[in-house]
Write a protein that binds this ligand. Structure first.
Ligand SMILES: NC(=O)c1ccc[n+]([C@@H]2O[C@H](COP(=O)([O-])OP(=O)(O)OC[C@H]3O[C@@H](n4cnc5c(N)ncnc54)[C@H](O)[C@@H]3O)[C@@H](O)[C@H]2O)c1
Length: 354
């Protein structure tokens, strides 16, 4: 708990979501005061119920696109603003494309105005999706991406790109201390159970004893970052990052979806049934961040995939076949691949894949 002198007041938009609620917990743990706002479009009530049991958490259910509602609930002072609000989930692009674009544009500008007025340090969560279907690997921040402005995923991709442009504008024109993080696929507890993204969807199906559905052939690659490492990355950029200069934060190991499923099978100690279906939307072949820029600020990955997946099994109440010591903190080691199998680093208390 910080002393009163260092206690911050922090605004978190998208506080009912996966990352927003986890960041709220992290800041409350550090003794800060958190004001969360959310319109519940993809957020989860249980996250807010959990946070509302904690001292120093205040919540308002409002839409950040509504400037007058924001003004009504705005506090007199914020030290920092973590701006997470945005509808997420690839299948939601069809349903919520308009809401995604509006929240990334109008909503982001409304929140930037608060940062300007209150001289708060602001952090915008952009996405790896701003690179589109990349033809450069790994994606370095200076790579401008490969986005089709009228493509099926463009509401989200172009929305995030426009949000970044607003951040640069507010920094250059109004001197707002505004930072940008491009988040690559992240996972962990507190993802909504109705979340359509790969990891919660997969765990939900395993829990319900259903096959995992893979869209496409499963050879598309992604990296996967555990939530605690993501939060540290966001805090690092908030504290030390340059303004209006994007930082990739993501995992350092590309896996195909098929490899991810077999890694999960390793954690569960059984083969997971898979059903392949034609993709419902154009998919990106791969994604891999160059994380050297954020590492120069002192950030590093501390949780390996094996430990993160075991933690997800605990969250979903799914028995693991691997030995997992509940009392041990998450591993500080790295997962490695050899002969097509995943091995956690074999230190005491970590899941074993042997
Ligand atoms: N989790 C990831 O792997 C990942 C990857 C890339 C980018 N991001 C970005 O990080 C941020 C947080 O992602 P997440 O995984 O927590 O998603 P999430 O869907 O769990 O949380 C987003 C929250 O924003 C809220 N929201 C949406 N529009 C709003 C509006 N107009 N007003 C108020 N609240 C609104 C939603 O209800 C939800 O609670 C998002 O901006 C997302 O684009 C996340």
């Amino acid at each position: 708990m910080s002393t009163l002198g260092t206690r911050k007041t922090i605004l978190i938009t998208g506080a009912a979501g996966f990352v927003g609620s986890s960041m709220a917990d992290r800041q409350l743990d550090a003794g800060h005061i958190v004001h969360g706002i959310d319109n519940m479009i993809t957020g989860s009530k249980s996250n807010i119920q959990r946070l509302q049991r904690r001292a120093n958490f205040h919540f308002d259910e409002i839409d950040i696109n509504d400037a007058s509602a924001l003004l009504r609930v705005q506090r007199a002072h914020y030290d920092e603003i973590y701006h997470f609000a945005c509808p997420t989930g690839v299948p939601n692009i069809r349903t919520y494309g308009e809401e995604m674009m509006r929240t990334c544009s109008t909503g982001t500008e409304n929140v930037l105005r608060i940062a300007r007025q209150l001289d708060a340090t602001f952090l915008y969560t952009s996405s790896a999706e701003m690179y589109g279907d990349p033809d450069v690997f790994p994606q370095i921040e200076s790579y401008n991406g490969n986005v089709d402005p009228v493509g099926a995923r463009s509401s989200y991709e172009e929305g995030k790109r426009f949000g970044e442009t607003l951040v640069r504008l507010y920094n250059e024109k109004y001197n707002v201390k505004a930072k940008i993080v491009r988040i690559f696929n992240s996972y962990g507890p507190n993802m909504s159970k109705s979340d359509t993204r790969l990891i919660p969807n997969t765990f939900g199906n395993i829990k319900a004893d259903k096959s995992i559905v893979i869209y496409g052939d499963g050879n598309q690659t992604r990296t996967h970052l555990y939530i605690t490492d993501l939060l540290t990355g966001l805090e690092t950029v908030m504290a030390k990052g340059d303004c209006a200069s994007p930082y990739n934060v993501g995992g350092n190991k590309q896996l195909t979806i098929n490899q991810l499923v077999s890694a999960l099978g390793g954690v569960l100690g059984r083969k997971i049934p898979v059903e392949y279906r034609e993709h419902y939307i154009e998919d990106h072949r791969g994604r891999e961040p160059d994380i050297s820029k954020v590492m120069e600020l002192g950030w590093q990955i501390t949780t390996d995939l094996a430990s993160g997946l075991a933690e997800m099994c605990r969250e979903y109440g799914i028995a693991t076949g691997a030995r997992v010591n509940e009392k041990q903190p998450l591993s500080k080691g790295r997962a490695t691949w050899s002969n097509g199998a995943l091995h956690g680093s074999q230190t005491e208390g970590e899941p074993s894949f042997g």
